[in-house]
Write a protein that binds this ligand. Structure first.
Ligand code: C2E
Ligand code: MG
Ligand code: MG
Length: 703
């Protein structure tokens, strides 16, 4: 069963009834299928009928030519621009009919063409043509809207390579508007270059036409806008064919990838660099080490890995805040970068750790020079946020091929060596040695043991006398911690204090030492022994602890030891590092009545003007100077200078590590106030020390 297509409905507007009859008849019996005709005599009636819809075409008889005849048409056309209008003209007004066609009518028919066949054909053609034109218009409109609403730029050319079309995005990106661009050669409107070589890139349209297929364009393609602005683009070109399959032009589609390209460059950078310092991170460093090893292997050279750990960053973070800590890290990275060759890599491993790769090293010893330089570069104060910050580092060095064959092994060896440097009093460097691995294991086991040593009461104090060089009397005692370790025996503090400092255990251990020393001093006093000040060593970590001053106060009151019988020994580094807050803490202690001494004097870099600021009572000259200087009396300059300086600042000067009579005599000659050392006595247990005190002194010590 076929669906019946309704006959086209025609509205005939004609005043003359005879003519109208003729036309109705002709259309009703048309051979190609009949029409339904509705006839009205007046335009006004026609307009009314049109409101009700359903009309497929209009036949309009033009009135005899006069000033209003075209007005009739215009009114009708304005009311129904979608319905085709055919003009029925008289022989005498063909010109008028033509004018109506120019204004929008589909066609006109003269009286001679009103036979069945011509009329019905003309009407049918008009309906079809109108439908086709509408469809085409819609199609165009759809294409135009689509092309202007997509994010891609679209540009078309004809076969001769002249621009025929640009959508809005293409207009913006090329800087050409469609009117101006149309007819211009493609190369003028679409200027593309290779982003790397900056040479003109190949004309994409030519390629598409030549290969007759869609082609992707040059990688790294850069579009140069009419005003010179450049953007990275990604694009493709496709040929356009006519119905016969012949190529008649090309479409180029492109879009801006500048942001994406910038983002991918940025992503690669951040994946390989440390955010804070912009230095290469572990990932990139590993790559570089691997490359350097490959080169060194071929050229029979060495590679050095320098592991640097900053010594007091945590303290700066805690006391001055992380913002200053961050700035310090940035300042440190600049100094490090400034002290290596550009072919070397300075990387940050995170926290306060940096790893420096020295490539193509002729001799392993050269790494020592670099390490020295790096340490030196850090040593000048960093002026940040109004503070003069001092920071130093400990360095471990490993060498390819001796200490490892890949990045991981070399970094691990350098790390191990760095820990040894720390144990050697910081601010120095150590080359990796195979037995360090053993020591690393040892260190682990010591740390494990330390954790329960307090609980198990494995610590004890030994006391070493200080002697007044004028009178020969014992003028004080220094408490020195010992660890009675079940498997190892008596462990000296140099072996475990640095570990305890690193893992924070020094805080409870230090409290214990202070309490035990004060308790002992008070007990000796209560036993009627001579009243002597007791000296206790305070490590940097303890001194910086916020609760330190209060801890001292509590312990003094708990043990009942008057504050003037307690002397705290601090090293230079502790004081110099953050002189201002150190001075504040010292003043609090001083106000309490506690005595203060600078230990190991001469090993750090004290500034005299700073020392003056501190409420200090005594300087203890480091034992290394006593041995060195007194071995050759002419070289006793440092000792001489320190004693003179101490005297000028009205400080007591104590010489540490006096082992021989010669040393003692030199010191006496220089008017040193006090001395301490094996020459007088080893550090001894409390009971033995009580014996020393009881026996009196002069005959025992002064020979
Ligand atoms: P220090 O405060 O400079 O202590 C002096 C060190 O020199 C002691 O070593 C002592 O035994 C040693 N000594 C004394 N006379 C002589 C001598 O004539 N010749 C030589 N070569 N050495 C002599 P010790 O007891 O091994 O302590 C080493 C360091 O450990 C101390 O140096 C101090 O910095 C630290 N220390 C000791 N006890 C404690 C403590 O309770 N707390 C903290 N934080 N550190 C401590
Ligand atoms: Mg000491
Ligand atoms: Mg000392």
């Amino acid at each position: 069963m076929t669906a019946r297509i309704p006959a086209p409905r025609i509205l005939l507007i004609q005043d003359d009834p005879d003519g109208a009859n003729n036309i109705c008849g002709a259309l009703a019996s048309a051979s190609g299928g009949s029409f339904e005709v509705e006839w009205v005599r007046q335009l006004s009636a026609g307009l009314e009928r049109l409101v009700k819809k359903g009309i497929d075409a209009i036949l309009l008889e033009l009135p005899p030519p006069d000033s209003r005849s075209l007005l009739t048409f215009d009114k009708l056309y304005a009311a129904t621009p979608d319905i085709p209008i055919l003009i029925l003209g008289g022989n005498d007004n063909e010109a008028l009919a033509k004018e109506a066609v120019a204004r929008g009518a589909q066609d006109y028919l003269l009286p001679g063409h009103l036979d069945d066949f011509s009329l019905s054909r003309a009407v049918r053609n008009a309906i079809e043509r109108k439908a086709a034109a509408d469809a085409l218009y819609l199609e165009r409109e759809r294409a135009e809207v689509t092309l202007n609403s997509i994010g891609d730029a679209v540009l078309c050319t004809d076969i001769s390579g002249e621009v025929t079309y640009l959508n809005l995005v293409a207009e913006t990106m090329t800087g050409w508007c469609r009117e101006e661009a149309t007819g211009k050669p493609l190369a003028e409107v679409f200027r593309i270059i290779d982003g790397v070589s900056r040479k003109t890139a190949r004309n994409p349209m030519e390629m598409a036409v030549e290969q007759n297929r869609t082609v992707g364009l040059t990688v790294n393609c850069v579009l140069v806008r009419r005003d010179g602005f450049e953007s990275s683009i990604e694009d493709s070109a496709a040929p356009i064919h006519d119905r016969a399959g012949r190529v008649i032009g090309a479409v180029i589609v492109f879009h801006d990838v500048s942001a994406a390209r910038a983002m991918s460059i940025q992503m690669t950078h951040s994946a390989q660099h440390d955010l804070l310092t912009s230095l290469p991170n572990r990932l990139l460093l590993n790559d570089r080490i691997t490359q350097s090893i490959a080169v060194a292997r071929r050229q029979k050279k060495h590679v050095a890995i320098i592991f640097l750990d900053l010594d007091r960053l945590q303290y700066i973070n805690d006391s001055l805040g992380h913002a200053i800590g961050d700035e310090l890290l940035q300042s440190v990275s600049k100094r490090l970068l400034g002290s290596v060759r550009s072919s070397d890599t300075v990387s940050r491993q995170g926290g306060d750790e940096f790893v420096i790769l020295l490539s193509e090293l002729a001799r392993p010893e050269d790494a020592a020079t670099s390490a020295q330089k790096l340490l030196h570069s850090l040593s000048a104060p960093h002026l940040l946020g109004g503070h003069d910050l001092h920071i130093d580092g400990s360095i471990g060095i490993s060498i390819y091929p001796a200490d490892g064959s890949d990045a991981e092994m070399l970094i691990k060896a350098a790390d191990t060596a760095m820990h040894h440097a720390k144990e050697h009093g910081r601010n120095n460097f150590q080359f990796f040695k195979p037995d360090m691995n053993l020591k690393a294991v040892e260190r682990q086991s010591l740390e494990g043991g330390l954790r329960c040593a307090l609980e198990r009461k494995e610590f004890l104090l030994h006391y070493q006398p200080k002697v007044n060089l004028l009178t020969g009397e014992i003028s004080g005692a220094e408490a020195l911690i010992r660890w009675q370790q079940p498997d190892r025996g008596l462990v000296p503090p140099t072996q475990f204090v640095p570990i305890a400092e690193d893992c924070g255990l020094i805080l409870p251990i230090g409290r214990w030492v202070l309490r035990e020393a004060c308790r002992q001093a008070r007990a000796w006093q209560d036993a009627g022994l001579p009243l002597l000040p007791i000296a206790v060593n305070v490590s940097a970590v303890e001194f910086r602890d916020k609760g330190f001053v209060e801890g001292v106060r509590t312990i003094l009151s708990e043990t009942g030891l008057p504050a003037r019988y307690l002397e705290l020994e601090l090293t230079e580094g502790v004081l110099m590092e953050d002189a201002e807050s150190a001075a504040a803490v010292l003043l609090e202690l001083k106000a309490m009545g506690v005595r203060l001494a600078v230990d190991d004097f001469g090993t750090g870099y004290s500034s005299l003007s700073y020392l003056r600021k501190f409420p200090i009572d005594a300087l203890k000259i480091d034992k290394s100077f006593i041995h060195q200087d007194t071995a050759d009396p002419d070289e006793s300059t440092i000792v001489r200078a320190v004693i003179a300086m101490g005297q000028s600042l009205r400080l007591r000067v104590v010489a540490e590590g006096v082992e021989t009579l010669e040393e003692l005599m030199v010191l006496q000659g220089l008017d040193c106030d006090e001395a301490q050392g094996f020459y007088f006595s080893q550090p001894v247990a409390a009971a033995q020390f009580a014996d020393l005190l009881q026996r009196g002194t002069a005959d025992v010590f002064i020979h």
